[in-house]
Design a protein around this ligand. Structure first.
Ligand code: GDP
Ligand code: MG
Length: 730
């Protein structure tokens, strides 16, 4: 019955290996359209949605992808926390049908958490295409878990999946008897021994599955240990006992107990599959293997990668130009409309110059960013990103980095914030922090307006090449700094490289668009937040305190110009004369206004700040206005150009004027080059700093990145400027 009032709520967690199709199924079930990443580890944001079926309400959580539940990675911690603390009614484990053996490893661990499970045997289309014979009923019996074949990307099997969920939540039915994986009598004896001790240790056994606790202690699982530690004061005795058991087992099996236990789990799986699955003898190689032969080829791999990257940037900058012009026109229209309709005064000034001017100058770059993100999503969703990491691994190793670091670095071209977040895919903390520290050296899209302005003005013939050169320079610096950090601060502790290479898949348009939109949202939020606030603050600092009255000398000039104009009008003979006089007058008045603005600016907070800053940036060839503009870039790099517009007392939209103003103020090509390099290297913006702080878990890494980058920027620019002058270039 529709709208039955006695709706019951069922809490579901979606677990599974990365790329098994969790998010696809999540979107099918809930209609919620979010997605973060598509390689191991990036879907760390836990998303929730609601689904209705048969009068029940299903509250579904998309958990991060994990291969197991035994390491200390964030993903695995989140998945385990969810089961233990949020107490879902059911876990739906999404398994990759063609890869059953590996996927079922996670199942064995979920079973031990004693949570009701339903298996969604996803990618059933590929199971069929590969002619894999599955006796699902048999397998389901062996595991004592309902198994529902699904085809996530076509929305097949969703209703049956929810029916199965209802089945396992029913009391006293066949599914409530948990299957038990046997670890052989030696281990089992010790499990029993520990279970006994645990039942004596306060209410520990009421909080957690007792067998899971015992196994975890035997495995030496830190996560389990910390749970035990926090739950009972009697933990010391348990730890000592577990340590003895571990020693005993290690001697007995000549291997770590955890390895032994892992082997037993795989043994359980292969046993179950032997009875229920038949894989056809592989004839020749699969399509994925054939594609991989080319894309991950030792010789061709890197050139192909660079070609694809080059294509991506061409598209980003080329295609983006058209919508950019439309948005520009829109922003201009809005600004004009606001200046026409609002009464003159501080409020209008704030809206037109502060908000529309500031945010508008950044909004213009939205199309470029969308295209860049579209490309990155496409590379991810097809499975190519994983190959890129694989291909670059050797090069990256030589530099003390990790192949997987390549992906966050590429994303850094878009925006450092998601790139810093993408470092989560790296297993070791060392690699994560090291990568995080160099990501901001990859030139993010926010810096592009600076290059376009300066390269366009001072290297009009070579603008494209100069900008490309700056990007390459950023990459080189990232590699050098990476090398330096990995041989000093981050010595040793290198984690071996295991890259999962998922099968190639043609992504659906929907999934790509959702993916891209998710990234764009982050950017939009940044505009609405940091950039809006930054623009307003900057506007205020640049508008106050005001001059009490017009400077006397300027008023005098103004009077003279007006008198001359009146005189000229009276003496004019022809219409032609009148035109010339009027034009002349307009020009001089504009000039005067600019001079007045400049005077006012010197008076304001920003002007005073600039005076303080001047000696610091002077050795780099920058004047105080450039210094202030760079300082404003702390807020967001986009703000640098918009503040230059304000500072040089010209309309930022009328780029030609700002260009002239820059030329007139004595900026040479050498200084322009220095300015671009400085903008590339110096401090990450507030949003990136926050991301680094949050992801590294310490503000110290954030401080390090601010100081080392700003120092590096200063030194490199100093060398460029002073070196250039010595060589007589400037
Ligand atoms: P997650 O990272 O585990 O959440 O996986 P996703 O939901 O992002 O899916 C990974 C890829 O598998 C995407 O490209 C999906 O379009 C694709 N996919 C999902 N379900 C199916 C399916 O049933 N069959 C096939 N062939 N592909 C699927
Ligand atoms: Mg996902």
């Amino acid at each position: 019955m529709a709208g039955k009032p006695n709706t019951r709520r069922i809490k579901i967690g979606l677990a599974g290996n990365p790329n098994s199709g969790k998010t696809t199924i999540f979107n099918e079930l809930t209609g919620a359209h979010q997605k973060v990443g598509n390689w191991p580890g990036v879907t760390v944001e836990v998303k929730q949605g609601i689904s209705h079926h048969k009068g029940y309400e299903f509250e579904i959580t998309d958990l991060p992808g994990t291969y197991s539940l035994s390491t200390q990675s964030k993903e695995e911690r989140i998945a385990r926390d969810f089961v233990l603390d949020h107490r879902p009614d059911v876990i739906i484990q999404v398994v990759e049908g063609p890869n059953l053996e590996r996927n079922l490893y996670l199942t064995t661990q979920l079973i031990e958490l004693e949570v009701p499970i339903v298996i969604a045997l996803n990618m059933y289309d590929e199971v069929r295409a590969k002619k894999i014979k599955l006796r699902l009923k048999k397998l389901s019996e062996l595991l004592n878990i309902p198994i529902v074949p699904t085809i996530g990307r076509r929305g097949k099997g969703m209703r049956r999946l929810l029916n199965a969920v209802l089945e396992v939540t029913k009391d006293g039915d066949q599914w409530s008897r948990p299957v038990r994986i046997s670890y052989g009598h030696e281990v089992e004896d010790h499990i029993a021994e520990l279970e006994e001790s645990i039942s004596l240790a306060g209410d520990l056994k009421k909080k957690y599955p007792i067998r899971w606790l015992s196994l975890g202690l035997i495995e030496g699982d830190e996560y389990v240990a910390s749970r035990v530690h926090n739950a009972t004061a009697l933990h010391d005795g348990l730890f000592v006992q577990a340590l003895d058991i571990r020693k005993h087992l290690a001697e007995l099996f000549k291997t770590d107990p955890e390895d032994y236990i892992t082997d037993r789990r795989y043994g359980f799986i292969s046993g179950a599959l032997k009875e229920s699955m038949k894989v056809p003898e592989s004839r020749g190689s699969s399509l994925t293997e054939k594609i991989d032969d080319i894309l991950t080829n030792r010789i061709l791999g890197l050139p192909i990668l660079f070609f694809l990257m080059w294509l991506l940037f061409q598209a980003t900058f080329g295609l983006g130009q058209y919508p950019m012009a439309w948005i520009e026109a829109g922003v201009e229209f809005l600004g004009d409309a606001a200046s026409t309709w609002l009464p003159a005064g501080a409020a209008r000034d704030l809206i037109v110059n502060g908000i529309i001017g500031g945010v508008g100058s950044v909004m213009v770059f939205l199309p470029n960013i969308l295209i860049l993100f579209l490309g990155i999503s496409l590379l991810e969703d097809t499975g190519y990103m994983a190959r890129a990491a694989f291909v670059t691994d050797r090069v990256m190793h030589a530099l003390g980095l990790h192949g997987k670091s390549f992906i966050p670095l590429i994303m850094g071209f878009g925006c450092s914030v998601p790139a810093v977040m993408a470092t989560r895919m790296l297993e070791s903390k060392r690699d994560r922090i090291l990568t995080m520290l160099i990501v901001p050296l990859m030139s993010c899209s926010a810096r592009l307006p600076i290059y376009i302005l300066f390269a366009g003005t001072f290297f009009p013939e070579q603008a494209g090449n100069v900008i490309f050169g700056i990007y390459i320079f950023g990459i080189l610096m990232a590699l050098i700094v990476g090398r330096l950090l990995s041989s000093t601060l981050f010595k040793g502790d290198y984690s071996p490289f295991v890259m999962e290479l998922p099968s190639y898949r043609l992504p659906t348009l929907k999934s790509i668009l959702i993916h891209m939109w998710f990234r764009a949202q982050m950017y939009l939020r940044k505009m609405g937040g940091v950039i809006l606030v930054g623009s307003i603050i900057l506007w205020f600092l640049g508008a106050y305190p005001k001059l009490d009255e017009k400077p006397e000398d300027l008023s005098e000039i103004e009077n003279r110009v007006q008198n001359e104009y009146r005189l000229g009008m009276r003496q004019a003979q022809t219409a032609e004369d009148l035109n010339i006089i009027t034009r002349e007058y307009d020009l001089r008045m504009q000039q005067l206004e600019r001079q007045t603005n400049a005077r006012e600016l010197e008076q304001t907070f920003i002007g005073r700040l600039g005076k303080v800053l001047a000696p610091v940036v002077q050795p780099l060839g920058f004047d105080w206005k450039m210094g202030v503009a760079l300082l404003s870039g702390f807020v967001a790099k986009e703000v640098v150009v918009s503040s230059m517009g304000v500072l040089y007392a010209v309309e930022a939209e009328e780029e030609a004027l700002l260009q002239n103003a820059l030329k007139k103020s004595g900026v040479t090509p050498l200084i322009a080059l220095g300015f671009m390099v400085f903008s590339l290297l110096y401090t990450p913006c507030i949003a990136s700093m926050t991301a680094i702080c949050k992801e590294s878990g310490s503000y110290r890494w954030m401080l390090l990145s601010i100081f080392y980058q700003t120092g590096l920027a200063w030194i490199v620019t100093f060398v460029i400027y002073q070196g250039g002058r010595l060589l007589g270039v400037g």
